[in-house]
Design a protein around this ligand. Structure first.
Ligand SMILES: Nc1ncnc2c1ncn2[C@@H]1O[C@H](COP(=O)(O)OP(=O)(O)OP(=O)(O)O)[C@@H](O)[C@H]1O
Length: 180
């Protein structure tokens, strides 16, 4: 079934601003914010709690089964620090948020992250791990890298995604009309 509204992933290293972007975008557009962390917890898509990393050990198969009915009709903003597990057919746009390492250090320190997790996340951001994962997993034309160091950048990002959404809907309405 063709989607009448797109599915968007907002991804990036923990602390880049995924949740902040998703909440604002959902408020402005009416798209549904799917926090994968919440789904993992509420639908029990995990194999227990990792004490060292202070996070759930995700069961990806269970997670995909839980999410499939949610994304089927489109209109979802998927909020998670990974993107390569989601089937290409689900996704219309992948936004990879980026921040400077000093900004990320400050944000993660403020959250009192365990040292090992803080260092790994900083390394991951510097090495562009999530950006590369997105580029390896999806067509290059649907992957967008956006900076998220300040409130101004976040506003600009939301404006850009809103414009993209409007265009997507226009393009897909035309295709729907041509098909009928
Ligand atoms: N563009 C931004 N400008 C200024 N502060 C920001 C920006 N984006 C996020 N922040 C702040 O950084 C912190 C982390 O943001 P947020 O929780 O949205 O990140 P996240 O990527 O969703 O993290 P996680 O993956 O751990 O859920 C919050 O305190 C938030 O207010």
């Amino acid at each position: 079934m063709a989607r009448t509204s797109p599915n968007i992933i907002i991804t990036g290293t923990p602390g880049v601003g995924k949740t902040s972007h998703c909440e604002l975008l959902a408020e402005r557009t009416g798209l549904k914010h799917l926090s994968v962390n919440d789904i993992v917890k509420t639908s029990e898509c995990h194999e227990g709690w990792d004490e060292e990393y202070q996070s759930w050990i995700v069961d990806e198969d269970k997670l995909l089964d839980a999410m499939e009915p949610m994304v089927q009709e489109g209109g979802c903003i998927i909020d998670w620090h990974a993107c390569d597990l989601f089937p290409k057919s689900w996704i219309d746009l992948v936004v990879v948020l980026r921040v400077d390492s000093t900004t990320l250090y400050d944000r993660l320190s403020a959250r009192k992250y365990p040292e090992i997790k803080l260092q790994e996340n900083l390394d991951s951001e510097i090495m562009e791990v999530l950006l590369q994962e997105a580029r390896d997993s999806y067509e290059p034309e649907i992957v967008v890298e956006l900076q998220s160091n300040s409130a101004e950048e976040m506003d600009t990002n939301i404006d850009r995604i809103e414009s993209w959404l409007k265009q997507w809907k226009e393009n897909n309405a035309e295709e729907g009309e041509e098909e009928s």
